[in-house]
Design a protein around this ligand. Structure first.
Ligand code: ADP
Ligand code: MG
Length: 601
């Protein structure tokens, strides 16, 4: 007994019904109700034919079903004549038409809304996940879940809805068939069971094939992405053929496997009717020739049994479809669970601005056991421009992550005014932060949308003029005007249609549009030629004193105008002061760096 209970508990079905209910909610019982109604109307519609034929041929109703129907009609005061019965038949089938429409619409409705809800839920959770969790994931995982796996989830729901409908409808036909002729019905059951077992074999084979297809699909997908990413290399060196030959053989293999599945599906589909018809013919022959049974009973029972058998034989196909796609449900669930347990924990204090001193107090930071930053104490006062200088790998970007609260100190604390970051509502605080990095991200969209992040779409000309002034201020006007559609030029994936320096200036325009209170530049000029670097330095000089700025760099030229500079070496602050003070100390690391980089002040 315990074994059975355990088996039930672990059963994918029980789990699935739980998940299905969790997403579909009230729609699930509603679907069951509608399906029961259509099923009952099916049965009543067919069995109504019995008394009609009896009356038409002046036969005595030789079955319980006719008797039930006639008594029921009598009870509600309707006299059974051919006319009244035919009218009732029309009414029943009209109602059934609506019910079937409701059933189809409703199951479609469940699938669409659930798919939409899940996508929204995951997108929302993506926004809430911690940076630490994000850093451990590959971007492909999430895109795959949101697209492919959610689609598989909804396909499994579709198969599940169809299974429910088939099972409920079959269950409702059974009593009617049993009442008309129990022996024959049981024989049909036997035929059904044997065919069912055979058809299941075919569908299990399909399930195995489909697992292989998923693997092959993934392989081709990965190969394809890599080929496209290395396009310029492959093309320029005529190496495309090697890769495309390999791709071609995988694609052929995939097609072969898909054809096998199509054959199986065709087999399943084509066997249903012959099996049902052979059983039916045997039944009719036996009833008419050997037993000489009642014609009306034979006709109606044939109809019912035929439908029952077809429903029964549809189940393996849908079950196979369900099995094939149920993996999507599990991986969507897993992703949602993981994302939910890796949500960023925020404090409740919501500050109206961040024009307060930001202080790092003896901050340490470790990745696993590796110490990245140790004993960092930094003050950033409102409207100051602070420079942070350090070699590559010194921990500068990690410092930025701590400053924006994306990473939490392993010990020590970071304060905004007199509030600890841990009690701040960080998502609100970040609204006041702007960020320009070495590799600014670009959306494959217009320049205007890249600057405003679609805000301009929502409203009016005010935004348009703000975009134009941001573009002018970030020295983008010249090249934007030269583009074919100006501000409405599409930049291409990763901003491929403009140069690195132009992307950098668009990124600055984006921050000028946002107008944050704290603006952070992280190696913003390190990949630029000196001409473009000068543009950006001029830009920074214009903002200086109007916003709080943090300029992170390994090249000194970028930070020479800062109010104060921190030298970060091996994860700790080794020197701090104005550039003048540091330069005047001929023993300082800063002076040494200036010498090496050919800078004198
Ligand atoms: N997600 C991570 N997991 C483990 N170590 C990391 C991770 N990100 C960065 N690091 C390590 O932290 C150190 C500092 O990195 P970073 O702050 O990016 O340096 P910088 O910006 O100064 O070049 C490097 O040694 C780097 O290997
Ligand atoms: Mg860095």
């Amino acid at each position: 007994m315990n074994k059975i209970i355990n088996k039930l508990k672990n059963s994918i079905w029980i789990k699935y019904i739980g998940i299905f209910y969790q997403y579909a909610r009230w729609r699930f019982p509603a679907l069951l109700a509608i399906t029961t109604v259509t099923g009952m109307l099916n049965v009543i519609g067919i069995t109504m034919l019995l008394p009609i034929i009896n009356l038409a041929f002046n036969q005595n109703p030789d079955n319980k079903v006719s008797e039930y129907i006639l008594t029921a009609l009598d009870d509600i005061g309707i006299t059974a004549t051919i006319g009244s019965l035919l009218i009732i038949l029309v009414v029943i089938y009209s109602i059934k038409g609506f019910a079937v429409m409701a059933q189809i619409y409703f199951s479609g409705h469940i699938i669409t809304t659930v798919k939409c809800d899940i996508r929204k839920k995951i997108t929302n959770l993506l926004n809430l996940m911690t940076y630490r969790y994000y850093a451990d994931q590959s971007s492909g995982t999430f895109t795959n879940v949101v697209n492919q796996e959610v689609n598989r989830f909804s396909s499994s729901m579709r198969a599940f809805c169809r299974l429910i409908i088939s099972i409920i409808h079959a269950l409702l036909y059974i009593p009617a068939a049993l009442i008309i002729n129990p022996t024959i019905t049981l024989i049909f059951f036997l035929i059904g069971a044997i065919s069912f077992i055979f058809l299941r074999k075919v569908s299990n084979n399909t399930a195995k094939l489909s697992i292989n297809i998923t693997k092959l699909n993934n392989k081709i997908f990965r190969l394809l992405i890599q080929t496209i990413q290395s396009f310029s290399y492959l093309k320029a060196t005529s190496s495309f053929l090697n890769v495309s030959n390999m791709l071609r053989s995988e694609i052929n293999d995939l097609a072969k496997k898909e054809l096998k599945i199509i054959f199986n599906i065709a087999l399943l589909e084509s066997l249903k009717e012959p099996i049902a018809v052979i059983a039916l013919v045997a039944f009719i022959y036996y009833q008419v020739v050997i037993v000489d049974g009642n014609v009306a009973n034979i006709m109606i029972l044939s109809l019912i049994l035929y439908r029952l058998l077809i429903l029964f034989l549809t189940i393996p196909g849908d079950h196979q479809k369900f099995n094939r796609t149920v993996g999507g449900v599990l991986s969507v669930e897993k992703t949602i669970d993981e994302l939910s347990s890796n949500k960023e924990i925020e404090g409740a204090k919501n500050e109206a601005d961040i024009l307060k001193e930001i202080k790092f107090e003896n901050v340490y930071f470790k990745y696993d056991e590796k110490v990245i930053l140790s004993d960092i104490s930094i003050n950033i006062k409102p409207f100051e421009t602070i420079g942070i200088v350090g070699d590559s790998g010194a921990g500068k970007t990690t410092l930025f992550y701590l400053l924006t609260g994306l990473l939490k100190p392993s010990s020590g604390r970071i304060m905004l005014g007199n509030i600890d970051y841990s009690s701040l509502k960080l998502s609100e605080m970040r609204r006041f932060i702007g960020y320009v990095t070495q590799e600014p991200f670009m959306f494959d969209d217009t320049i205007a949308n890249n600057v405003s992040l679609w805000e301009a779409n929502n409203s009016d000309h005010l935004h348009d003029s703000t975009i134009i002034s941001a573009i002018k201020a970030a020295q983008c006007e010249g090249f934007v005007n030269d583009m074919p559609s100006g501000l409405n030029t599409i930049l291409g994936e990763k901003g491929i249609k403009i140069s690195g320096g132009q992307r950098q200036r668009i990124a600055i325009a984006r921050e000028l549009f946002k107008d944050p209170q704290l603006l952070i530049f992280d190696e913003a000029t390190s990949a630029l030629d000196s001409g473009t670097e000068n543009y950006i330095k001029q830009e920074i000089a214009k903002i200086k004193g109007k916003k709080t700025m943090l300029i992170i760099a390994h090249r000194l030229s970028t930070i020479m105008d800062c109010d104060r500079v921190y030298i970060l070496s091996n994860g700790s602050i080794s020197e701090t002061g104005t550039t003048r003070e540091l330069y005047d100390n001929k023993e300082s690391i800063f002076f040494d760096m200036c010498q090496k980089q050919g800078i004198t002040i």
